[in-house]
Design a protein around this ligand. Sequence first.
Ligand code: GN1
Ligand code: MG
Length: 538
Amino acid sequence: MADPITEVAQQHPAPDGVIYQYGTAGFRTKAEVLDSVLTRVGLIAALRSRALKGKWVGVMITASHNPPEDNGVKLVEPMGNMLQEEWEVLSTKMANQPAGEVFKYYKELATANRIDLNSPARVVVARDTRASGARLLGCLQDGLKAAGAESKDYGFLTTPQLHYMVRCLNTEGTKDSYGTPTEQGYYEKFGVAFKNALRGKKPSGSLTVDGANGVGGPKLTELIKYLPPKEEGLEIFVVNDNVIKPESLNVDCGADYVKTNQRAPPTSKTGPGDRCCSLDGDADRVVYYFKDTNNVFRLLDGDRIATLVASFLGDLVRQSGLADSVTIGVVQTAYANGAATNYVQQHLKLKVDCTPTGVKYLHHAAEKLDVGVYFEANGHGTVIFSHDTLETIATHEPKSPGQKEALDVLRACINLINQAVGDALSDFLLVEVVLAHKNWGPQEWLSTYTDLPNRLLKVVVNDRKIFQTTDAERRLVKPEGVQQQIDKEVQKVRQGRSFARASGTEDAVRVYAEAATKAEAEDLARKVAEIVKVAGSK
Ligand SMILES: CC(=O)N[C@H]1[C@@H](OP(=O)(O)O)O[C@H](CO)[C@@H](O)[C@@H]1O
Ligand SMILES: [Mg+2]
């Protein structure tokens, strides 16, 4: 009889000709070709946990904002971070082994990483609401069982909730305990923090939250039960929360729809000045929007959340008397609007770092700061505080009632922020706290600066890998000469900026352009796309 690992690998064979890659967001593709990947991810998760002396690692089954027929899987490190890059490579290799080689490769990995295959392995799993999730969970569990891992299945969770569980399980009973590793524990923690951070301030009006017909909707409905009643706190309406029909997931709704189309979901019925926000399919991403008094759609994206939060935290740090000991920085990608970067540097007087696209790069850069506010323009992001900074804030003695007040709000905000990973639910609660304290509606928030008109295009080329970048993806080094052509076009428009990079999640090159006017931005984007197209067809 074959060993159990070969047996499960053969039970869930990979279809011919498909090559898998652990990319920016884990493995992600059509759900129908993912069975073998899930089984092997089970094996990798067991190995990763064993390599970390039996700490809990997480596996999330989701394809985020992708269409309903897709699915995917990503691994979570013990503190709730994304998988280490070296293990992304090993996961990719494991996913592409022929079934007959899987056990051999598994043992090779164990030897190379000095893993004792008889030591304990602990894996937490959860999934979003996609129809294929149950089948894929079965494939994952087969892999975990074959590897002899202990597993905990939380059923349906948002991606950030799963990250939270992993961090809680690994810190339980220690002085760094992150919370109770249950859904109720999550709601209680964020519910209490929201109330404390508001400190009696009541957000004006209501907030309509679009759940993208994904897992975020029902989880938010649950969370609302732990928030202050609407008379004292925030009135929240949850829309697009139909998870009974998984084929409606991300269809004409959700954060990606809103950001890409720069419009509200067609089902939106809110009036001028009403705040709305949209989550994505696994609720790790959020964007705000509203209609202005002229009924014009206005987007408040990740850049706006970052600037709002950075300015508020900066005020709190100053008002608490901590300005000399705590510095705040903002981390963005090249997709951040130039006006947002300018506002942070010139107006907020804070440092801005730029990293390549993908949350893990932003997170790593933010980890180097006392307080790192990081957001992608599309709404992924959070704030992280260094260990020393948390200590400083926790032990600081306020010298006046004003300092005490600010310090209390700052401490509550720290609890309200999901520091394991960007969390749409925690992020929007934080935004609401800031708006309530500033006594701002969406219009005041929008008025802080004016976005430069911009355009994002996708160009399909023969081989996107030939487009190689430097300087946080802002300049092309290959194909040779292409960057010079782009520079030439950029110089022709006012306040021009443009760059091209290969997408990490789609088979295309993305072109971004911004300029002083809409016409110039559009024109620049078209010209750069043409340059890329020509270079990519050689
Ligand atoms: C321009 C853009 O929005 N890019 C997205 C997209 O990456 P690409 O590498 O651009 O395909 O998907 C990533 C994963 O969800 C996300 O982190 C990133 O921000
Ligand atoms: Mg997502």
